[in-house]
Design a protein around this ligand. Sequence first.
Ligand SMILES: [Zn+2]
Ligand SMILES: [Zn+2]
Length: 108
Amino acid sequence: MPVFSRFKTGDTNPESGLFLCVGCGEIIPLSKGERFPPCVDCGSTTWMMVALAGEAGRRFKTGTKSPMSGLFICTKCWSQIIPIARDDVFPPCASCRRGTDWQLIVSA
Ligand SMILES: [Zn+2]
Ligand SMILES: [Zn+2]
């Protein structure tokens, strides 16, 4: 599945990754097998893949050092996405305000 493929709301996602709303630029993570939602910001129904999940699914706890750099999503609220560099310590989630497991969505 090449990056920059386009998908419509209601399509089943063939590949975990990050998707950009072509209407407003909102970026959402979506796992394989999930259906594309309408954009909550602008209502657009077209999404473009902007990044493939690397070793998606690997999880790291708040307070541990990251062995890799990439984008990570909070597995408690599934809305907070943070960039982490190699050897950075995973912070608490700014949305949940507590420790969490961060799941890798894109390795950099
Ligand atoms: Zn949008
Ligand atoms: Zn959170």
